[in-house]
Design a protein around this ligand. Structure first.
Ligand SMILES: [Zn+2]
Length: 309
């Protein structure tokens, strides 16, 4: 039977598996830097307007069609300045980082792509462009996925092994990602704190859930200062760490270069990294290492979580 996304309100329930993180860690933490600037809806790529998402600009004040030069500059801040600041914060601490990369965006900043290639950070495909996958036809979506894979091979020198859509996926995305081949996991799911397997067209495929809660996107809504963001994410970390004595989990923290890359916000990220590094029972890891660990210690059992038969 062809793969269909089905809803599962049960998941692991009261007895989640022990992830057996390396060195007995109580918690696995993965930081994600979204690299989107240069792939967003824009005049140069044909959308007829400038995107303002997750910038200082309030959508209501923006032009409805045509170029919005203020918003364009706010996007460019991310790739010109924020990128390098976030790279520094992780590299000077020898911490790993995962990039959710929009392929076209990296094509437009070869210097950043070269820095990523040299860094050892893993790149998970955030699509060919920042677009709504659920508005694409199946054929268009198939083409976007294969264009993204080819593009990353050119820019960062390796194909992505993970997939995560900007906005929500379509009902076809997971099947098309598996069909493309070479993807170990996708992160198009928000409903759990541990990876799990699904069966897609007879094959095991790993889902590594992501979080818009532990995310700097909060700055574009109600959150104001770096102290608020720091304490919000630190509280999640501290609670998961305490629970991890019995039920270890994973934690994703999402970052955007044009948002938390500004100094007034980046200082809260630096504080968070130092808070986490003070613990020796935490595995701060790349997303691909987390996925590979799961595949090695909890291999696909022949059927996915809560799939019968
Ligand atoms: Zn994103």
């Amino acid at each position: 039977m062809p793969y269909q996304v089905r809803r599962d309100f049960v998941g692991y329930g009261a007895t989640p598996p022990d992830p057996r993180w390396p060195n007995g860690a109580r918690l696995a933490v993965n930081f994600v830097m979204n690299y989107e600037e240069g792939s967003e809806p824009s005049m140069q790529d044909g959308e007829g307007h400038t995107e303002t998402g997750l910038t200082e600009a309030h959508g209501l004040n923006q032009v409805k069609s045509g170029r919005d030069l203020a918003a364009e500059g706010m996007f460019e801040y991310g790739s010109r300045v924020g990128f390098w600041r976030l790279m520094r914060l992780f590299q000077e601490r020898n911490l790993p980082l995962t990039v959710f990369g929009c392929a076209l965006a990296l094509e437009r900043n070869p210097e950043a792509a070269a820095a990523l290639r040299a860094s050892g950070f893993d790149v998970c495909s955030h699509g060919w462009r920042w677009i709504k996958h659920f508005e694409l036809s199946e054929e268009e979506e198939r083409e976007h996925i294969s264009r993204a894979v080819a593009s990353f091979q050119r820019t960062v020198g390796a194909r992505p092994e993970g997939w995560y859509c900007r906005y929500g996926p379509s009902v076809n995305t997971r099947r098309l990602v598996v069909e493309e081949g070479g993807f170990l996991y996708d992160s198009d799911y928000y409903g759990d704190e541990l990876p799990f397997w699904v069966t897609v067209d007879g094959r095991g495929h790993l889902v590594v859930p992501y979080s818009l809660t532990n995310n700097d996107g909060k700055y574009a809504g109600w959150m104001g200062t770096s102290e608020q963001w720091f304490s919000f994410i630190r509280d999640a970390f501290d609670m998961l760490l305490a629970e991890g004595a019995r039920t270890p989990r994973m934690m994703s923290v999402g970052l955007h270069m044009r948002l938390i890359g500004h100094p007034a916000r980046a200082v809260g990220l630096a504080r968070l990294l130092d808070h986490m590094m003070a613990r020796d029972d935490v595995w701060i890891c790349r997303r691909i290492d987390l996925a590979r660990h799961w595949a090695a210690t909890h291999p696909y059992p022949g059927r996915g979580l809560n799939e019968s038969g």
